[in-house]
Every structure is written in C-alpha cells, then in structure tokens.
Design a protein around this ligand. Sequence first.
Ligand code: FES
Ligand SMILES: [Fe+2]
Length: 421
Amino acid sequence: MPTVDQLVRADAVHRDIYRDPAVFELEMTRIFKRTWVYLAHESEVAEPGDYVTRTVGREPVVLVRGEDGVLRAVVNRCRHRAALVCEHETGNAKSFRCQYHGWTYRNDGRLIGVPHPERQSADVRERLGLAVVPRVESYRGLVFGSFNPAVSGLAEHLGPAALGYIDRFLDHCAGLPLTAHRQAHRITMPANWKLQLENGLDGYHAGFTHRSFFDVMRRRTGASVRFASGLPTATARAFRNGHTAIDPETTSRKPLIQRVSTLPGAAAKLDALRAHVGPQRFDEYAGAITGAGINVGIFPNLQLIGIHLRRIEPVSVDRTIVSVRPLLAVDAPPELNWLRLRYHELFYGPAGFGQPDDFEMFDRVAAGLADSEDGWLRFERGHGAETETEDGETIVGNVTDEIPQRGQYRQWRALLAGETA
Ligand code: FES
Ligand SMILES: [Fe+2]
C-alpha cells in the first residue's frame, strides 16, 4: 500500500486512487465511517415508520422515523447471524422482522421478538438490539449520519460559506419549500466514485463533454450559447472540509427559459403558469424551473445541482451508484413541477442529453488509467492564482479553475492521513 503522499499532491492525484482496492478499503473506513455522510431528504421519511435503506461506506443502514417522531439510523444487520433485516429501498414499518430466523426489531432498533425464547438467555432482548448510528443531524431537510461519535456538529462541519450556498440552492424556488420526488434515477457506473465527486463540480468540461447538448439547444432556440466557462465573473470555490461550489453568477435566466420553451408541451404550460401566478411574479417562477443555477458539493457524497440532490454511493473500487433525485415545490401551481421535471429530464438521467456524456468520459478515464510512464491526473488549472475571501472561509477563482477538485483532495488526504474527521 503506497503512502498518502505517494497518492496525492497539491495539484494532482495518482491513478492508483481510482483502481487500488486497498485505497478503497481505506476510504470506506477513514472517510465514510468517520465523517458526515448524506443519507436522505427529510421529506423521504416524513411520517412515523417511514424508512429508506442506505449505505454508509459499505455498511447497510436504515434511516427510519420512529413512532416518537425521532429520526434514527439503525444498522441493517440482524444481531443474530447478520442477515439484512430490511430488504426494501423504502417503505413504512413499525418493526423489521429478519426473514432468516424471525427475530423482530422495533423501528427504533429494540429487539422485541425472538422465536422460542425459552432456549435463549433471559437478557437476549436487552443485549441484542440493532446497532444505532451514533450521530444523525439535519440541515434544512438534508439528513446526514456519522459513525463517528466525536465528529463535530453538522453545521460546524459544513461551515458558513457552504451553508450559504446550500441556502441559496434550497431557496431557489420562488420562496416555496421543496420536497423530494419519490423516485430517483439510480445509475450504476463501472467507475470509481471520485470521478463523480470531481465531475459534479467541474466548471471546465461542459463546453466539450456536453457539446452535443449545446448544439441541440442552439438548433432548437436559434440562440448561440455562452458557456459559463467563457464568463470572466463565474467562479469556482472551495470551502472548509472539502465542500465546494461553482457559481456562474449570471443574473440573466433568459437563455435557460428559452431552452425550457422548446420542450414539447412547454409553451402551453408556461402560459398556464403565467395565468396562475400573474405577470408580476411570472419571471420569478419561470426562473425557478431550471434550479438555482449553482452546483454545490458537500464532501464526500452529496451534490446539489439543477433541481436535484445527487447522492454518490461507492460500491467497490470500480463500481458506484449515482442517485439523482429531483426536488419539487410544495403547494406550487402544478405546471411549475411539470416544467421542472421535464427540464431536468432534458439533461439528467439515462435518457438525458447531458449526464450520459459524463459517464462516457468516466469510461474513457478508466480506460486511460492503464500503466504508463505518467501515473498522474492533474488538477493544476489556476493553481497559485486563487484568492481567499477575507473571512478565510473560501478559496475562489475562475469557474474553470480546478479549485473544487484541489479542495476535495485536500480533505480526502487529511481524512486518509487521519488528520481530521
Ligand atoms: S439471522 Fe436474523 S434471525 Fe437469524
Ligand atoms: Fe457534466
């Protein structure tokens, strides 16, 4: 196993971090079992008994709201002989019964039923409840868990700069609260999880990887496209603890609305939306169709992009599940959510014009990791030209600078070296 310093430099990473199973093992324990990991949006587990199954690193957990209304994450592993006690992705249950020998646990983890208890020691129920993830906290509906009882509070871990960007993202919808769509696109990619980590905050690639999308939009709208990468005011940012953002900082939503209006059926829906909300508020609502216009990355496994929450779930060194879950506006004119979803689908999901192109690039990177003289992948764009905000919370530069990636790998390095949590 190479040392951390052989794997990562300030402006580059070694290819082994994407392909060495020993590095992956270390990431699962030193990153995913030590820091805060995003689990779900609170609206997915709104009612007592609502649950979703997740993994933290490779440990299966159930995030479940108890009958007392408290959100807990219990380890999805029977204390008898280790079978999963909950095999569904989502549902509502007062209790979970292990199908192997029938042990039953209440949804707060307590063991409440052991078949033929006369053959068990008297204290089996007290001793063998489901293990509970020691820390669960949420910020504005985003629920995180940590196996590290000593990890700092979630808000402190996120820090003021990342919190500001999360707020901006969650406030993008004309002042309406947001709820998570019941369905998500779940895409299994045959690539290392960090390719998605880097790519979601990559302000450099869009004009190339997504060229065909912009060409189609140009043909449909008749308007040429200015990439964020061409805007001198657009920024890339790194915050504390590996959290990041890219911010086009463009005030005009016009080009995006033009794209929306080319969708089949959209013209009538836009008219209906205008009738619903009135001409004064129409621009604000129309602006909310395409999302906040910023990409926010919360290390290691959450990205807020467009109108969706993206969860990155490492499975093995070369296998990752990426889940893309749209957010819908609560109590909104129905056309608004229809338009949000149709625009989202235009780019994201397996049939979108954009996201599959990123997966294609991950395949090409994986193919290019083969042994050669040069084992390094470079994030040196804009290195040395960054500035720091006065409060010391943010490193900032041009949107195409690889500031987010350098920030992510600073945190990756510190966690792997055991210097932080
Ligand atoms: S493994 Fe769960 S009851 Fe035996
Ligand atoms: Fe992309």
